[in-house]
Design a protein around this ligand. Structure first.
Ligand code: FCB
Length: 454
């Protein structure tokens, strides 16, 4: 289906949650304010060649100071939920209590931020880890070390004790694929690394820290609503051949099932473990049970589908012996990501069929294109607007088909620091003019506001 007709808000259940999504390092700035410690992304940005435009998070959108106006804008847009993340090094500049005290000024910032959301009728959705690990923990091995797992649980305890009276929705981790595979193996995200074995070990520790944090959140937050957010991809094979079909299974094993299976109590997929061989992670007794601790929702981030083919060459096909194929003649956004609203329908149907979560929250979805600020101060982002409208139409189709998706969070409220791409990629519903820090709602943001206020 092409999903050409934009839905209206009334096409969705009345209690559907509408939000925008952000993350600490990407928008806050104030990189060394008020006792904040160094994060792995601060360090990474200092390494020449890591960030395409040489950018860093020191100022970003200066949301640390401008949050009242940003939340005003979110409120005016009509969203009822606001997803943000906590910068761990603001709370524990040295990573954990064994190495230094809690930074009260860091907690106080999130107090102010959360109170400001509540004053505006925005329900806070808090992500505990959106990739800005304290550098002090990286110095002890980062996610390769079980000590980081313990430190995450301690950090979770501190944050949820402080904010749990006001914040009910908690996301432990954002996209463990990125904080393990892209960070320890593909060498594009902090801390940087090229080892597949390290990436698998990191992913295991990240999932374990998620599982062990859940009872802590439940203890500290009456009525907590807890989940984890995964980046998931619908995948197709390049041909009908049995070889490509098998490649699809292998690629899906690492990309999707590696995370979904253990969370849903099935342990790591046997086929992926077999292909990993010696690179398989060390898993201690009890770990898998902890990872499978029940949650209240599954967070799904959807951006694009993938197509793969059989590729026996380890250099290009990797350990899964599958490589990505560029589909011809398809629409693409910046990054070359395929634009596929149908992919969202397919993905949600698959997650429901194979894992049957009680609730799904679509915690990110969005697109990047070249934006032009006109002399009249407008941004006519036709393509992003169309992307948003068609993905909401696809979302409606999924809801109508009975998928238990209960909320949608657009990525992102603001243009921001897009990781290894620096400030070159704009994903915001609002344009940020970085030299002046002026925010300008793009046509997509104006439309989302109309949709929500109808
Ligand atoms: C996701 C990340 C988010 C943002 C978008 C474009 O993978 O969670 O921080 O970078 O991609």
């Amino acid at each position: 289906m092409s999903f050409q007709n934009a839905p209206t808000r009334q096409d969705f259940p009345a209690d559907f949650r509408w939000g925008v999504s952000t993350s600490s390092f990407q928008i806050e700035g104030a990189g060394d304010a008020d006792g904040k410690g160094e994060s792995i992304w601060d360090r990474f940005c200092k390494q020449p060649g890591r960030i395409r435009d040489g950018g860093n998070g020191l100022v970003a959108c200066d949301h640390y100071h401008l949050y009242p106006q940003d939340l005003d804008m979110a409120k005016a847009m009509g969203v009822n939920a606001y997803r943000f993340s906590i910068a761990w090094p603001r709370i524990l500049p040295n990573g954990h209590l064994g190495r230094g005290a809690v930074n009260e000024a860091g907690l106080a910032f999130y107090d102010r931020l959360v109170d400001a959301m509540l004053e505006r009728g925005l329900d806070p959705w808090c992500t505990l880890y959106h990739w800005d690990l304290p550098q002090a923990l990286q110095d002890q091995g980062g996610w390769l070390s079980r000590e980081t797992v313990a430190a995450f649980v301690e950090y979770t305890d501190i944050v949820t004790r402080r904010l749990g009276d006001r914040v009910k929705h908690w996301i432990t981790h954002n996209e463990p694929w990125c904080s393990s595979m892209m960070s320890y193996w593909e060498n594009v995200h902090a801390p940087g690394g090229t080892s597949f074995a390290d990436a698998l070990q990191a992913s295991h520790h990240i999932l374990l820290s998620h599982g062990l944090a859940i009872p802590v959140i439940r203890k500290n937050v009456p009525g907590a609503d807890i989940g984890i957010t995964l980046s998931l991809h619908p995948i197709t094979a390049a041909s009908d051949s049995p070889e490509d079909a098998a490649a699809l299974q292998r690629h899906d094993g690492l990309r999707n099932r590696w995370f979904l299976d253990p969370l849903f109590g099935r342990g790591y997929p046997a086929d992926t473990l077999a292909l990993a061989g010696d690179a398989a992670p060390t898993v201690l007794p009890g770990d898998l049970e902890a990872i499978a601790t029940p949650t209240d929702f599954l967070g799904v981030n959807y951006y694009f589908p993938e197509m793969v083919k059989h590729d026996p060459d380890p250099k290009t096909g990797g350990p899964m012996r599958a490589s990505l194929v560029e589909k011809q003649g398809v629409e693409r956004s910046g990054f070359g990501w395929e634009v596929s609203p149908q992919g969202l329908v397919d993905l949600l149907a698959r997650v429901q069929r194979d894992y049957n979560p009680t609730v799904i929250q679509l915690t990110e979805n969005g697109s990047t294109f070249e934006d032009v600020l006109t002399p009249e101060g407008r941004v006519h982002d036709k393509e992003r607007l169309s992307y948003l409208q068609r993905h909401l139409a696809a979302l409606k189709a999924a809801v109508d088909a009975g998928v238990p998706v209960k909320g949608y969070f657009a990525w992102s409220l603001l243009d921001n620091f897009e990781w290894a791409e620096g400030y070159l990629r704009r994903f915001g519903l609002a344009y940020v003019d970085y030299p002046t820090q002026r925010r300008i709602l793009k046509d997509s943001g104006l439309w989302y506001g109309q949709f929500l206020n109808e």
